[in-house]
Ligand binder design. Structure first.
Ligand code: ADP
Ligand code: ZN
Length: 631
């Protein structure tokens, strides 16, 4: 942190000053040369007329400057100007391109028009020097605190949107109940800061909303502001990088200042990965971006959580974010927004279907069934496309056929929603059911299941999430063994229910995870009797097979054999558990196939043999960290 403090942003500011000043000087100088002679070319001597005559009076340039206040209108064509004075007198004048002129005319409230017989470029070229001069002087005289990049930042204001046009509330967000619930606390805090302050409760300063595009992150952020009735400021990470070095830093300062002035409020930063990318991932050493990130960190550290500014960041690439952003006091709360599951999709469809005319035979549940992988935005778009199709087809209301056409169009559209074959879906359901069942089997030693889903995310076709009960720093041997079984249970289920010739490559990351854990246990944590309390592989990097240091050939072989053995034992264990509970696992898989997502409670109910309640328990999930077992 000390390093960040020192870095501040001295360097780029100097650089940016010169980057900007030099071209401005050059252009302005050119401008003066090209128009300089006109400036002195004053025509007829001044004739002061106070009586309105039909013949226009001729004004010299200095007259124009002197009497600028009296000028009511001015039409400019090249260097000629004409118009009327306040008293109705018409005038003709020759003008030069003098910065003073514009200011004076503007002060006097004159309405100026530039004759359009000149091409846009001609006109721009003529007025450009003046504009540049104005900008230039304005920048120079803006006081010491500003500096150029700062002023530029205010010149290109970050799109700050305050949401009072139409208030968005949680009613406008459908299908993601548990996420809403999770964010309710923030609404509560914004509404009643005192309550939290009195208790000394620490409220998150930053919440990171992550999830695929179109899952409603922006919508949720707006809704939080709407629910709490506080201003909503939005900026996008991509606004913070520009050609001018130091611009990002200045803009970050600007938005945070604005937010603090308007607290309590929501400050929403979309595409935060554009600023907060892992430093190691940047292709070239992008110093400017790093400065911007540092500034963001400084700002986030700089206000106490009691100021009432809540920063919501959104990204679909959490894995790319610099870990510094995720530390306590920054974006220390993460809410993952999943693609909506079956009932979620139906709810979203219903929300938007109420706004269009839909035939009574359209079954939204059917539509929901056929739209796995669609985001909220896709579903909204689906209804919109269907309405358009209906109009084109001359229907008076949206029919099932319109919906189908729209769906196909969207699936083939730019977002290319993966159309998962029913066979794959079924296999995935059993795979995840395997993970889930074995997890529940070991519920007394491992973390409880948070949820299981067969909605694809990234490359994974489905996943089972666990909820850490507490922040563990170590694992017991029993826990390691259980974890290995859970990891390999997906593949085990595929073998049991589909036969060993139908197994898939889908267990790739399970196997990688299990191998990493087994290797760590055997070579580093001293959990294996055979190998003993020897650190064999000190240079291990994330389970990649590096040469065993400090080990004889013989030990290396023993280590390999031991890892194999642990994994084999775990695999057999998982197969045992599953084959002894075939009926239950099958029930679980079918339920998953039907509903796509099951919460931990629902999984436990199904396993216990109770019919899972149809109504979703909107359990809050207090997670800072979720272990994710990808398929
Ligand atoms: P993101 O910020 O995650 O990319 P947005 O919030 O911009 O997604 O979503 C785009 C639009 O899609 C929203 O304005 C809204 O109209 C619609 N939408 C997305 N998710 C939902 C949802 N859960 N409920 C209702 N509308 C949604
Ligand atoms: Zn798996």
């Amino acid at each position: 942190m000390a390093k960040i403090g020192k870095l501040k942003n001295k360097m780029p500011r100097d650089k940016s000053t010169w980057l900007l000043v030099i071209p401005v000087l050059i252009i302005a100088a050119l401008g003066l040369f090209s128009f300089g002679d006109n400036g002195g070319m004053l025509q007829t001597p001044a004739t002061e007329t106070t009586v309105a005559t039909s013949r226009p009076v001729e004004l010299s340039f200095s007259d124009v400057l002197r009497r600028a206040k009296e000028i009511k209108t001015m039409n400019i064509r090249g260097n000629d100007a004409s118009g009327t004075l306040d008293d109705g007198t018409k005038y003709n004048a020759v003008i030069a391109y003098d910065p003073e002129l514009l200011t004076k005319l503007a002060d006097g409230g004159a309405s100026i028009s530039i004759d359009s017989s000149k091409s846009f470029w001609e006109r721009t070229a003529m007025w450009l020097p003046i504009i540049l001069w104005i900008v230039f002087f304005w920048l120079i005289f803006r006081g010491p605190r500003g500096g150029i990049s700062r002023s530029i930042a205010s010149q290109n204001p970050t799109k700050i949107t305050t949401g009072n046009s139409k208030k968005t509330t949680f009613k406008d967000v459908a299908g993601i109940e548990s996420e809403k619930q999770e964010l309710m606390e923030i609404v509560d805090f914004l509404k009643d800061k005192e309550k939290y302050r009195a208790l000394g409760a620490r409220v998150p300063r930053g919440v990171l909303l992550s999830g695929e595009p179109g899952t409603g992150k922006t919508l949720l952020a707006r809704a939080i502001a709407g629910e709490a009735n506080v201003p909503f400021f939005a900026a996008s990470g991509s606004d913070f990088s520009g050609i001018i070095v130091g611009l990002g830093v200045a803009k970050i300062k600007e938005i945070f200042e604005m937010a603090k002035r308007n607290a309590p409020c929501i400050l929403f930063i979309d595409e935060i990965d554009a600023i907060g990318q892992k430093r190691s991932m940047q292709i070239h050493n992008d110093q400017d971006r790093e400065q911007t990130l540092n500034q963001l960190l400084i700002e986030m550290d700089g206000f106490s959580s009691n100021t009432g500014v809540i920063v919501l960041g959104a990204t679909n690439r959490v894995d790319m974010l610099d870990p510094a952003l995720l530390r306590p006091g920054r974006f220390d709360r993460q809410v993952y927004i999943d693609l909506p599951d079956l009932s979620g999709r139906r709810d979203i469809l219903k929300l938007y279907a109420d706004r269009v005319k839909i035939a009574s035979d359209v079954d939204l549940m059917d539509v929901a069934r056929g739209t796995t992988g669609f985001s909220g935005a896709d579903l909204e778009n689906l209804l919109n496309e269907a309405a358009l199709h209906a109009v084109r087809a001359g229907h008076t209301e949206i029919t099932t056929n319109d919906m189908d056409e729209a769906r196909d169009k969207i699936m083939m559209g730019p977002r290319k929603i993966r159309n998962i074959r029913d066979d794959d879906k079924k296999l995935t359901a059993f795979h995840e059911a395997g993970h889930a069942f074995v997890s529940q089997h070991y519920a007394n030693v491992t973390d409880p299941i948070h949820k299981a889903t067969i909605i694809p995310r990234g490359r994974a076709l489905g996943m089972v999430q666990h909820l850490p009960v507490d922040d563990k720093v170590s694992m017991t041997l029993a826990e390691v063994r259980a974890q290995l079984s859970i990891s390999l249970a997906g593949r085990a289920a595929e073998e049991i229910f589909f036969g060993s010739d139908k197994i898939t490559t889908g267990a790739e990351s399970d196997i990688a995870n299990a191998t990493r854990l087994a290797r760590y246990s055997v070579t580093t944590a001293g959990l294996s009797d055979k190998i003993g309390l020897v650190a064999v592989n000190q240079s291990s990097t994330f389970g990649t097979r590096t040469a065993l240091e400090n080990a004889s050939e013989k030990t290396a072989e023993a280590v390999d054999a031991e890892i194999q053995n642990w994994l084999k034992t775990a695999h057999n264990d998982a197969k045992n558990i599953l084959s002894h509970n075939r009926a239950t696992v099958e029930r679980l898989a079918n339920e998953l196939l039907q509903r796509e997502t099951l919460t931990g409670d629902e999984i436990r109910e199904i396993i216990a043999g109770k019919k899972a309640t149809a109504k979703r328990a909107t359990k809050t999930a207090k997670t800072t960290k979720r272990k994710v077992a990808k398929k």
